[in-house]
Design a protein around this ligand. Structure first.
Ligand code: G3H
Ligand code: 13P
Ligand code: ZN
Length: 310
């Protein structure tokens, strides 16, 4: 089928209490690994591209590879989403190129400017049948456990969230409750503010909520990287149990990039280490694609609960 927006999959996720994985894509093998996993588990899926992914692969390559994936799996709901759109022009470029969903990340601005830029994107996107994710609250800086109490203001304010959604008309909202991007999310114990999530869901029950920075930084993958020559000490992510709780508590979209990077890198490192004579790229890209598929399958079935929800 044609690429879809996230509208129907989010409605179902809110009604039935599961989340949909939004996986970052940069090349063909990553796209294939993700959609193979989604198809095997009959799960809707969101493929998302950042501006740097677009710069790396080219917007037309990305759009057409994702469209090809949806031709390969005609019964699978696949949305193509812009991750962290910085401004109106970037969002417009993706809408015009065939993305079905865009994120305008105005979290760097103050409240009023965030509303203004988000509304501008919403007006253009909705006129073109595209949905918009916005962000309120700041992820950066929260990861440092030492600063948590000082950085309380970085968490999303539930009352502001309600006003923000009403004034912008955005279709989903990314919130800050303690996650952060990358492989080093917590210095001490992992902690998420589920109380803030609950309050947000109480005030805007019909708005799909998005969790960024939600890789679990799978210890086996970190170990595999390190075993075969990597150097990623002390990496820590959001434990699966917390993501399971989030999926059941009103989070509709869970963003994963770091875990895919680890899977891809770990499998390539293993081949390079064990088979130094290999130089056919397929020798290492096939295992890399397979480990992406395995990693995404695990999340769909054991964490997000989106299997058989297509
Ligand atoms: O949230 C950011 C994503 O992990 C994308 O990262 O800009 O390096 O592609 P990137
Ligand atoms: P991770 O770094 O935790 O994978 O988060 C990715 C993300 O939020 C992309 O927008
Ligand atoms: Zn993000």
């Amino acid at each position: 089928m044609a690429l879809v927006t996230t509208k129907e999959m989010f409605e179902k996720s809110m009604k039935e209490g599961f989340a949909i994985g939004a996986f970052n894509v940069n090349n063909m093998e990553i796209i294939q690994g993700i959609v193979n996993a989604a198809a095997k588990n009959n799960s809707p899926v969101i493929l998302q591209a950042s501006s740097s992914a677009i710069k790396y692969a080219g917007i037309n390559y990305l759009v057409n590879m994702v469209k090809t994936a949806s031709l390969e799996y005609p019964n699978l709901q696949i949305a193509l989403h812009l991750d962290h759109g910085a401004d109106f022009e970037t969002c417009k470029m993706c809408i015009d190129a065939g993305f079905t969903s865009v994120m305008i990340d105005g979290s760097k601005y103050d409240f009023e400017e965030n509303i203004r830029v988000t509304k501008e994107v919403v007006d253009y996107a909705h006129a073109h049948g595209v949905v918009v994710e916005a962000e309120l609250g700041k992820l950066a800086g929260i990861e440092d456990e030492v600063n948590v109490s000082e950085s309380d203001s970085s968490y999303t304010d539930p009352v502001q969230a309600k006003e923000f959604v009403e004034r912008t008309g955005c279709d989903s909202l990314a919130i800050a409750i303690g996650t952060s991007h990358g492989a080093y999310k917590f210095k001490g114990e992992a902690k998420l503010r589920f109380d803030i999530l609950a309050k947000i869901k109480e005030l805007i029950p019909n708005t799909p909520i998005v969790l960024h920075g939600a890789s679990s930084v799978i210890p086996e993958l970190v170990d595999m990287c390190n075993e075969f020559g990597g150097n990623i000490p002390g990496a820590k992510g959001v434990p699966d149990e917390m993501l399971i709780e989030a999926s059941k508590s009103g989070v509709s979209k869970i963003n994963v990039d770091t875990d895919l990077r680890l899977a891809f890198t770990a499998s390539i490192r293993k081949v390079f280490n064990e088979s130094p004579e290999a130089f056919d790229p397929r020798k290492y890209l096939v295992p890399a694609r397979d480990l992406i598929e395995q990693t995404v399958s695990h999340k769909i079935v054991n964490v997000f609960g989106s299997n058989d929800k297509n």
